[in-house]
Design a protein. Structure first.
Length: 390
């Protein structure tokens, strides 16, 4: 069975070449030996050679000079120099200049020579594989970058489209709402029937819902559009919780719910956009009040010193959310209750919440069991942590 030539040896002593051929007869790799530099170079052109060995003392060309030619022709091939003790400095200089991979003293130990060549072949294969993987990674990175650019272009177009459509819808909706308000406010003078009033209220409620939907779409588009430029400032998290609680507590009490606020006083200022965090917390508390019929709403804060975060929790005693539905919560246009149980939401509130938290480098999640209420939590990092007492 012919072996693929992996090693080429150049030496002007025929006896040495014969000896090497016999020594490597049982090896798995193919060996080509020659006394002619030109013949060796020709083999390199037509074979997948991995290692070239040359004797330093050649009659027409020195081993180092020959191996330099090999490097110019096939730079990946490993080059080894046979040399006597008198030429060690030449060999060391060639290694330092990158012309030679390593050198081997004459006379050599046969087993040590075999081990050296096996290592050289392994080194060649590993280097070639690393080069292939590097080039593959570069290609994949370029393809990924191109896809990311294309995706970003699509996202930009989608944001521009939704923003334009939302703006265009606002004006006619405002006009319709104004007209509807004028009609309903003149109910007595116009002597509308009960059925007409019912239809007008249905129309008015749907106009209000459409306005909320348009506003939420526009808000989400704006959030994504200004992701890198959201203005931040130091602000008290507990102060925002108190403000939001003051707005929603009366509504909760009208429904017969207890409204509790539990604040960790060690929580101080956090780097945030106060308006967006206020909007986020308003969304969460509004949902808790809306979907809780009995029991209580609790809004709390705590300082997590171990990971330098401020955590806010909005907990209710509502019907809870099944485990299989929880991954859908923060996606756009998701309403998990039955259609007859829905209370006029747009399905964008939690998607907006997630976007706000993401822009603050925080996390938002839910902890819930069906029938046992749920807790919506978000945390914000406190870099430095001085004001927060860390």
């Amino acid at each position: 069975m012919n072996k693929e030539t992996s090693i080429v040896i150049l030496d002007d002593e025929i006896n040495i070449l014969h000896s090497l051929t016999r020594a490597f007869r049982e090896e798995s790799f193919g060996l080509f030996t020659t006394t002619q530099p030109e013949e060796a170079l020709q083999v390199l052109q037509r074979e997948n050679v991995k290692v070239v060995i040359s004797d330093q003392k050649m009659p027409r060309i020195g081993g180092v000079e020959f191996l330099k030619k090999v490097k110019e022709m096939k730079p990946d091939i490993l080059r080894i120099l046979f040399t006597g003790y008198a030429d060690i400095q030449i060999a060391e200089d060639a290694i330092n200049q990158g012309s030679v991979y390593r050198f081997i003293h004459k006379p050599w130990n046969e087993e040590e020579l075999k081990a050296t060549l096996r290592d050289a072949l392994l080194n060649f294969d590993l280097t070639l594989e690393n080069k292939r993987l590097f080039e593959l990674t570069q290609k994949q990175n370029q393809e990924l970058e191109l896809k990311n650019q294309q995706l970003q272009a699509l996202i930009d177009k989608q944001i521009a489209f939704t923003t334009t459509v939302s703006h265009e819808l606002r004006t006619p909706l405002s006009s319709m709402k104004m007209a509807m308000d004028m009609i309903t406010s003149r109910n007595l003078s116009m002597k509308l029937t009960a059925e007409e009033i019912q239809y007008l209220n249905i129309a008015k409620n749907n106009i209000d819902r459409l306005r909320r939907l348009v506003n939420d779409i526009l808000d989400l588009s704006k959030l994504k559009a200004v992701q890198e430029t959201l203005p931040m400032a130091e602000h008290s998290m507990n102060e925002i919780i108190r403000e939001v609680a003051a707005i929603h507590k009366p509504q909760a009490e009208i429904k017969g719910l207890k409204f509790k606020v539990k604040l960790d006083e060690s929580v101080g200022n956090v780097l945030m956009n106060p308006d967006k965090i206020n909007q986020l917390l308003n969304n969460l508390v509004n949902n808790a009040v809306k979907f809780t019929e009995d029991g209580s709403i609790t809004v709390s804060s705590r300082l997590r010193r171990d990971d330098h975060c401020v955590e806010v929790c909005v907990q209710d005693t509502g019907q809870g959310i099944a485990a299989q539905d929880q991954p859908k919560l923060f996606q756009k246009f998701q309403q998990l209750c039955e259609p007859k149980e829905r209370v006029g939401g747009t399905g964008l509130g939690l998607a907006i919440c997630k976007e706000i938290v993401t822009q603050h480098s925080g996390r938002i999640w839910v902890e819930s069991d069906k029938g046992k209420g749920c807790a919506f939590l978000f945390d914000l990092p406190v870099p430095g942590g001085k004001e927060a007492g860390i």
